[in-house]
Design a protein around this ligand. Structure first.
Ligand code: ZN
Length: 505
């Protein structure tokens, strides 16, 4: 390797070390740190982040990227070197546009808004949170202006989360989804008795749940030599390097889905991270292609594998042995139906597969309108409630269960919600191709064999890390650009059959 590239890689290696150290501090804060550590931790994180940002946006890195750009000019698009320079250049140009004062202001706005949001949500008091949300809207406008955009300010923010995707494209996809889901939701609501999920609430010993879930995700392919699981209020996964990718979970005695499906979800994220090419380690290419691609991996394992008949055909007997009392009188088929019950509900994180994207659509629309100034922040609760009623058919009783439910608007970064829906769509499109490439997938899953599936994901998605944009990745893996078609066909078929709907035909 020539000198320029090596020098660049050395610097990127140091930056990766700093960022991973921040990751360990963040993991510790969420899991074991005593409450008194908050202040000290905030300054440690801010010092390390500032060092990483300063190192990355330095003139030296700019000069090296220029020189390296000329050197990799003849290399194939997907080679490690050409990809490294291309992606690092994209990151560099974005980060250079944001002055460090603004970066610091955003960090502090986030940490101030979060406790206010927590209290406001608890007391269902939108008015006390509104000034902080206004501040976040204003910060996002400034970021959008600095990053630049052709049509819509949301484009600039979206491009940071989902490189290459535009607001218009997203609106088109959501319109197609809405047209398909709203009538499906109404149809399911008329047949709600077809699925009984009371078994999930019968009471399951928490320790046994944790053990069962961890056993199960290692069977899927989550490698505990390079991972571990701990308890947190909000589950997450975090990648600290190829040899250390952790997950967290939560457990409820009274509701079965939380621990098991949460664990499958997070291990889906973690298996993605464990599969990034080691050749990309300690460079900007070692990471997920986007929030949406990350979510495609977690949702694929959670829903497209974990909520299927063959999956429960295999796992139900051992589950019943573990929880003989709670599962008395239930069989694998009944359990498969129970974990797929669909009904309009108020809270996004508890929503089923069918209604989930409507929760995201609502947030995407409102966020965009606040950013463009057509929706004043003070009118958010009314707008939220009216749209909720029209999409999901239910009245929102309080702001706590309405526009104050998510932590995201206390963060200073907007445009993080669409990733959830993009993940669902990518997951379904990948699954169509996986089924074509592995015709006996259901039989394998029914035998509890997941190695061939994991190998497919490693080859076509994981190993590339951040080399490709979400659309490039999807096109390479499936031969087609991203569209909502496969996901719509999937939910129509699955829920049509579950609820005995006409749309099943
Ligand atoms: Zn996730």
């Amino acid at each position: 390797m020539n000198d320029t590239l090596q020098k660049l890689k050395d610097i990127f290696g140091e930056i990766a070390d700093l960022n991973r150290a921040v990751g360990v501090l963040a993991w510790d804060q969420e899991t074991y740190m005593p409450p008194g550590g908050v202040e000290g931790r905030a300054s440690q994180v801010s010092t390390l982040s500032r060092m990483a940002h300063a190192r990355f946006t330095s003139d030296e890195v700019g000069g090296l990227l220029d020189a390296a750009g000329a050197e990799v000019a003849g290399l194939p698009f997907d080679s490690d070197e050409a990809s490294l320079v291309r992606v690092a250049r994209r990151d560099y140009e974005k980060e250079r546009k944001l002055p460090s004062d603004l970066v610091a202001e955003m960090a502090s706005a986030g940490s101030t808004a979060q406790p206010v949001w927590q209290k406001a949500r608890k007391e269902s008091d939108f008015k006390s949170f509104a000034p902080y949300l206004e501040k976040n809207v204003e910060l996002n406008r400034r970021v959008a202006d600095l990053l630049g955009y052709r049509e819509r300010p949301y484009d600039a923010l979206l491009d940071r989360e989902e490189p290459g995707l535009t607001t218009d494209q997203l609106e088109t996809m959501f319109a197609e989804l809405k047209k398909a889901i709203v009538p499906l939701v109404a149809d399911i609501a008329r047949h709600t008795d077809a699925v009984d999920d009371t078994v999930l609430y019968r009471g399951f010993d928490p320790d046994l749940q944790l053990k069962y879930a961890l056993d199960l995700v290692t069977r899927l392919g989550y490698d505990l030599e390079r991972g571990r699981q701990d308890l947190t209020a909000h589950p997450f996964s975090i990648a600290l390097g190829p040899g250390d990718v952790r997950i967290t979970t939560r457990v409820s005695r009274d509701f079965f889905n939380e621990c098991l499906f949460g664990s499958i979800h997070e291990s889906g994220h973690a298996m993605y991270s464990q599969g990034f090419g080691v050749n990309l380690n300690r460079t900007p290419l070692w990471g997920g292609a986007s929030a949406g691609v990350h979510e495609s991996q977690s949702r694929l394992w959670e829903n497209l594998i974990g909520r299927t008949q063959p999956f429960w055909h295999h796992f139900f007997p051992s589950l019943r042995n573990t929880f003989p009392e709670a599962l008395q009188g239930c069989d694998g088929e009944g359990f498969f139906k129970a974990v797929n019950k669909s009904y309009p509900s108020l809270i996004r994180v508890e929503a089923d597969e069918v209604t989930y994207n409507l929760h995201v659509l609502l947030r995407f629309e409102l966020e965009n309108e606040m950013l463009e100034g057509t929706l004043p922040v003070k009118d958010l609760p009314e707008a939220w409630n009216a749209r909720f009623k029209s999409y999901l058919g239910i009245d929102v009783p309080s702001d706590r269960e309405g526009c104050l439910q998510d932590i995201h608007w206390s963060w200073p970064e907007f445009a993080t919600f669409p990733g959830y829906t993009i993940g669902n769509l990518i997951g379904a499109q990948l699954m169509d191709k996986i089924r074509a490439d592995i015709p006996d997938l259901d039989e394998q899953v029914g035998r509890g064999e997941f190695a061939v599936l994991l190998r497919w994901l490693r080859t076509n998605v994981h190993r590339h890390g951040r080399k490709f944009t979400p659309n490039e990745l999807v096109e390479r893996a499936t031969g087609k650009p991203l569209t909502p078609g496969p996901w719509i066909a999937y939910v129509r078929k699955k829920f049509g059959a579950l609820y005995g709907l006409q749309t099943a035909k």
